[in-house]
Write a protein that binds this ligand. Structure first.
Ligand code: HEM
Length: 358
């Protein structure tokens, strides 16, 4: 699923950023975008974790010239195609920026806009794909969760075309709990996102974290995967348990309530504060629509044999990758992963709804 979900994610972000139809799902022409971004992100992540490695940046730049150039070309092509049309021709990111951000006349045509556009396409395109892949992986490994989610979706909607980003869909509590539990178990921002108290900040008061004074210029970071597996906040943290995100069924003791609030505070897949994810609402809407529509139209199962094991941990490994039921992801600012391999069988209702023959 990894490729397919990424093509979908990038198609969506191409539309919402520049009203541009990249059509990765049906046409191979621009599929290099997801692969090139993945390779470049791995390099950026290495520099983030080992800043001294940037000493060899020139060599890396030379080795990645082809990839960087073709990404730059396609993003420029999207920008030019959009700029040739009326500002309000689409309800997209471009129409908003063009009208509202006063960065000077050259900003869009030259300036930093291309860098921001590249960032937006990768930030908005791949993390939702990771959640979609992770969620289907967990549904296949926890059949009782699959059954419960399928029941919720199929009872709530009488046709697949009724599923859209509205309050009806957002009211699917179990779907939301499954998405949150996937974001907890397998957060797409898997790397440590470093922060630094700016040396030039006018506010010279010391930064204190957990009683430790952090001098200006020192980088601090918290790894989301570690936090989301801290047993103090998330007991039995390697088990996929969407129930932990559902409202309590019975009155809680004070202790239970305090533990639930603490857990909610420790759940930060989009980070918190001024530099947290700008696309959080969009991400929930996108993942909810894709998962709900898929489960409405299709019965899903894992591929047979070895193929169906893609994405699982391997028992006996001593590096933490031994859990069969944990979706394996690889450290990057937007995680890399493979699989799962799934079989989708259209339901009879799907044929009728889509108006196609069996
Ligand atoms: C499940 C999906 C997503 C997750 C888990 C996620 C997570 C994050 C995180 C952790 C950051 C902070 C990165 C940092 O500070 O270094 C971030 C930033 C950002 N995200 Fe997302 N994101 C998701 C989807 C999206 C989507 C769909 C969009 C846009 C359509 C988007 C746009 C952005 C932007 C523009 C920023 C930068 C915000 C800033 O620096 O002010 N994200 N995201």
């Amino acid at each position: 699923m990894t490729n397919r979900a990424e093509w979908l994610g990038i198609d969506i972000v191409g539309l919402i950023s520049f009203g541009y139809r990249l059509n990765l799902q049906t046409d191979e022409t621009y599929r290099f975008i997801s692969k090139d971004f993945e390779d470049l992100k791995a390099i950026i992540n290495s520099f983030m974790q080992f800043p001294s490695a940037s000493a060899i940046n020139r060599v890396i730049e030379w080795l990645t010239t082809v990839k960087r150039e073709r990404l730059r070309r396609i993003i420029f092509q999207m920008m030019l195609a959009r700029a040739a049309r009326e500002k309000d021709a689409e309800r997209d990111f471009y129409s908003y920026v063009k009208g509202n951000l006063d960065y000077g006349p050259d900003y869009i045509d030259r300036g930093n806009f291309i860098a921001e556009a590249a960032f937006f396409i990768t930030a908005g395109g791949t993390p939702p794909a990771t959640v979609i892949c992770g969620l289907f992986f967990y549904l296949m490994h926890y059949p009782e969760c699959y059954k419960r989610l399928v029941e919720e979706i199929r009872l709530k909607f009488s046709s697949g075309s009724d599923i859209k980003g509205d309050s009806h869909l957002m009211g699917c509590d179990y779907l939301r709990a499954c998405i949150d539990e996937t974001l907890r178990m397998s957060p797409p921002s898997l790397t440590t996102l470093w922060r630094e108290h700016d040396k030039d900040d006018a506010d010279k008061s010391p930064l204190v974290i957990d009683g430790v004074v952090i001098p200006p210029g020192t980088q601090v970071g918290m790894n989301m995967y570690s936090l989301h597996h801290n047993e103090e906040y998330f007991p039995d943290s390697y088990t996929f348990s969407p129930d932990r995100f559902l409202a309590p069924k019975a009155p809680e003791t004070q202790e239970q309530e305090a533990a639930r609030i603490k857990m909610q505070e420790a759940f930060v897949p989009f980070l918190q504060g001024t530099r947290s994810c700008a696309g959080k609402a969009m991400a929930y809407a996108e993942v909810s629509i894709v998962v709900a529509k898929t489960l409405w139209y299709f019965d899903v199962q894992s591929a047979p044999g070895k193929l169906g094991q893609l994405g699982e941990g391997v028992p006996g490994r001593a590096d933490g990758r031994h859990r069969i039921n944990e979706y394996q992801m690889y450290d990057c600012n937007s995680a890399a992963h493979e699989g799962p391999n799934l079989i989708f069988r259209p339901r009879p209702e799907a044929h009728a709804d889509l108006g196609v023959g069996k």
